[in-house]
Design a protein around this ligand. Sequence first.
Ligand code: SAH
Length: 362
Amino acid sequence: MSGRLEDEIKALIAAEGPMPVSRFMALALGHPRLGYYVTRDPFGAGGDFVTAPEISQMFGELVGLWAVAQWQAMGAPAPFALVELGPGRGTLMADALRAARLVPEFGAAARLHLVEMSPTLRAAQGRALGAAAPQWHDRLEDVPPGPMIAIANEFFDAIPIDQFVFRDGRWRARRVGLKADGALAFGLDPLPHGAEPAPYGPPAEGAVLERMVEGPALALAGRIAGQGGAALVVDYGHAGGYGDTLQAVRAHRWVDPLADPGEADLTAHVDFAALARRARASGARAFGPIGQGEFLARLGLAQRATRLKAGKDAAAQAAVDAAALRLAGHGEGQMGALFKAMVIAHGGLGAPVAFDTGEEVV
Ligand code: SAH
């Protein structure tokens, strides 16, 4: 027992009854004093997990080139909002801005807005990105209006989900409650969930349906549909289906999602089909998802790696190759297939760079 957040959640359940999974997840990650992201910088070998921009500068650089191309496709609006959702240590954006110096007008027109809930990570982002004079916001809704290019890497997997379990022909909401011995435990709401959604065909007994809370995806798509622009979403996930993907990771190992809330990263796989449905319902277009490996290859990962290796010794060259393989490979422990890229774009724009082969999801 680690203590305080767990005790606070138990006290809430004792007073108000079992809570939806989304509330548990929101508290575990974002409790204003004790939430996982609020109390630490979780990235890197000594932390809990490693993200693509922390593996290699090539990731952020290629995303930066994508942003420049997207900005040009939008008619090079000046100024425009360059937004990152959940920027972590600021590594991705620092690499992206450096690569984007190829087109100085891009940097001159960009107003950098960072949507970040963690004071600890805001401080890290300030160190990495201070020269670009970022403004911080709690939510996308607070970013000033106007055309936007947004980047969200491993952001939506941290957005709380609710879970519904198909039992005896009905969906029931999963809740986090207390066992007789006082420990946290999953249970099912005794009352069936009102509607009988079946977005992925008739569910089998025991099927789990996950649904991300509405706010962040609706804000993103609504803003793009209303004010123009595009968002690149990269995350691990799937193109729809039933299944329980809630997972907790601590020190690079899987742990019980209910153990020590606030001490482990809690995520769910992103349902890209649901994200695309929401984007379209708001009047925006959705492209992809395509594998991260495919996305990076189309942006020139191989050429970038070759440039980066030039003049380096054999060990440094091998490190670049290993990083490229980890980002784009399809094998065990590699990110190229598990991670996917999707673009949500204003209806007036054509297919975005790297998504121009017509794979718009239906
Ligand atoms: N994009 C970074 C970090 C990914 S981790 C990278 O690739 O390395 C998730 C990031 O999203 C963290 O910065 C976390 O603090 C932030 N975050 C998670 N949920 C959030 C929310 N609801 N609102 C704002 N920021 C959030």
